[in-house]
Design a binder for this molecule. Sequence first.
Ligand code: SF4
Length: 401
Amino acid sequence: MFERRITRQISVGNVPVGGGSPVSVQSMTTTKTADVDGTLAQVYALAGAGADIVRITCNDVEAAQGLAEIVPRSPVPIVADIHFQHKLALAALEAGVAALRLNPGNIRNETHIKTVARAAKDRGVPIRVGVNGGSLDKDLLDKYGSATPEALVESALKEIRYLEDVDFTDIKISVKHSHVPSMVAAYRLLSDAVDYPLHLGVTEAGPLPGGIIKGTAGIGTLLNEGIGDTIRFSLTADPVEEAKTGRALLEYLGLRERKGLDLIACPSCGRAEVDVIDVARRAQAALEAENLPIQVAIMGCVVNGPGEAREADLGIAAGRGKGHMFIKGQVVRVVPEDEMVEALVDEARKLVEQGVEARLAAADANAEQLSRLVREQLVEIQGDANDAASKRARVAKVASN
Ligand code: SF4
């Protein structure tokens, strides 16, 4: 397991960021901020999908006024996203936001930046120095030729100096780039240079599935090195997907506790006794509707399924027209194939309510034996793909001839 790099801790509203606190998930609304009810509905949807912090654009006076109504009704801390006009940062502070994001590429006036920092300090509000490869300061583009990792970091460090000049250290930083290797390199450089908490993201990652792959490659690589305190996937999609993806990545990396379903499924192969893709899709829909914190496995054949997925809380494998349901690898029930999904959801509910021991105790007495019989029949017909001992013997025989 990787060690998290220790950073300073700041607080975005009631969410601690850095200093060993849980890595938080962020997303951003896509509504017009002046549409208070529409924006709040999206904030609630994002919070429900796993966002700990939500950013909202503050691009005009009406948006700042909208924030004044949104902030007190939001279930999560709100960060105001500020570009170009420092006065809108002051207005957002007046509206009560929990944090500001300033883009050093388009708010360049040192006096303006310091004015905002003093006002934020008076209110105890942190600032994210949010550098973006696509909107880098022109002087740095001229100096470096392009938005290199070094250019991104220099931009961030310059802004931090302005903030520190007025004794403002309630800072987090991002150096986002749409090119994954550049993003990773920039954050590594930054992590060596400062101990402020870092907000990770691959900017403009695009639609699914490429956007998720780029975000996961960049954010996942850094998290795995212990770098990063809060994350955002920038997807060209419903922002609920950003929140869900961010949360899922942290859960898969073991950085946050599982809140919902973790569905694992075999990729299927010639041994499959059922249409795994269809069963997995139906099971996912039904189980997600239940919102149970459980890992469930859908396996195409009973020959290998229960063994391969023995770590799952619950699973089901197909074999000779039946669904063989197992808990921690032990077959507990055999159900008709067309009732697989229904039975799985029912057992998932009971398992979460009653626990593993109780559900193992409630297993059908002959399920394990019945399942073994089916397995033996299938192995008889298809051969045992996992029969490593006889394979090794055959390989050794060929080699010695
Ligand atoms: S569980 Fe069975 S069907 Fe699925 S990949 Fe493994 S061998 Fe193939």
